[in-house]
Write a protein that binds this ligand. Structure first.
Ligand code: C5P
Length: 244
């Protein structure tokens, strides 16, 4: 696996035309394109085929399924385009049976990633949601608890912030892929940022993340290709320092 293969670029754009633009521009510089709610809701399933046809990079369908198992099961059975995706996400919060349903339904080529605690949430948000203070004050414990459920259900990996990566890797090693969003390079400012539990590409990778999701620091850079290359350099440095 090359360093760039670990970089996931989210296609957080409103339409197919913009998506094509970024897939063409960044295709040689990133490992995976992530299709999320904005693009999927506006363009529909065809966008998965469009992106997959344009690039050799992986495709990550980030719909973060979150409903009763029967509903999600039917949704997946009617989603033939899922066979072209390398990753798909589900929220941990509906418990083990929903995770198992998805693992059972997707093809062996699609890896199921369980979303633990969104990186946009901090302690005060978690307390307001009724999460016990011992977990709200230390999201690492909450993430680990959810990772245990994800692993038991047969998920391939989890999504968590860079602050929890080392704890998850200590616990599960290579048994769980860790994908980390909420990445902010020291050199890239994001205006009106909603991400709270953020880390740099270097530290996420050094701490063990298998993949990082980097959106706005690349998309809003004056030169997105150069920004992607800088992120890949940090990934390389993080991998080197991880081995020491
Ligand atoms: O780097 P930036 O903040 O722009 O990345 C935003 C992307 O990260 C969005 O596509 C969002 O869905 C994704 N994300 C995620 N999991 C989180 C937080 C953000 O996949 N916990």
């Amino acid at each position: 696996m090359m360093a760039k293969d670990r970089l996931i670029f989210p296609l957080d754009v409103p339409n197919n035309e913009e998506a094509r633009k970024y897939v063409t521009l960044l295709g040689p510089h990133v490992g995976v394109f992530k299709i999320g709610l904005e693009l999927f809701v506006s363009e529909g399933p065809a966008v998965v085929e469009t992106a997959a046809d344009l690039t050799d990079a992986g495709i990550f369908l980030d719909l973060k399924f979150h409903d009763i198992p029967a509903t999600v099961q039917r949704a997946i059975r009617s989603a033939s385009y899922l066979s072209r995706t390398d990753f798909v996400t589900v929220h941990c919060d509906q418990g083990r049976s929903l995770l198992e349903t998805i693992v059972d339904e997707v093809s062996v080529y699609t890896k199921v990633l369980a979303v633990t605690v969104l990186t946009s949430l901090d302690t005060s948000d978690l307390l307001a949601l009724g999460i016990q203070p011992e977990f709200a004050e230390d999201p690492v414990q909450l993430v680990l608890r959810k990772a245990v459920i994800a692993k038991a259900a047969g998920c391939s990996g989890v999504v968590c912030s860079g602050r929890e990566v080392s704890a998850v890797k200590r616990e599960f090693g290579g048994d769980l892929i860790v994908v980390t969003p909420g990445i902010r390079p020291a050199w890239g400012e994001v205006k009106e940022d909603d991400q709270k539990r953020v880390v740099t590409p270097y530290s996420a990778i050094k701490n063990g993340a298998d993949y990082i999701v980097v959106g706005r620091p690349i998309r809003t850079a004056s030169d997105p290709v150069e920004a992607a290359a800088r992120v890949v350099e940090e990934i390389e440095q993080g991998l080197r320092d991880r081995q020491q």
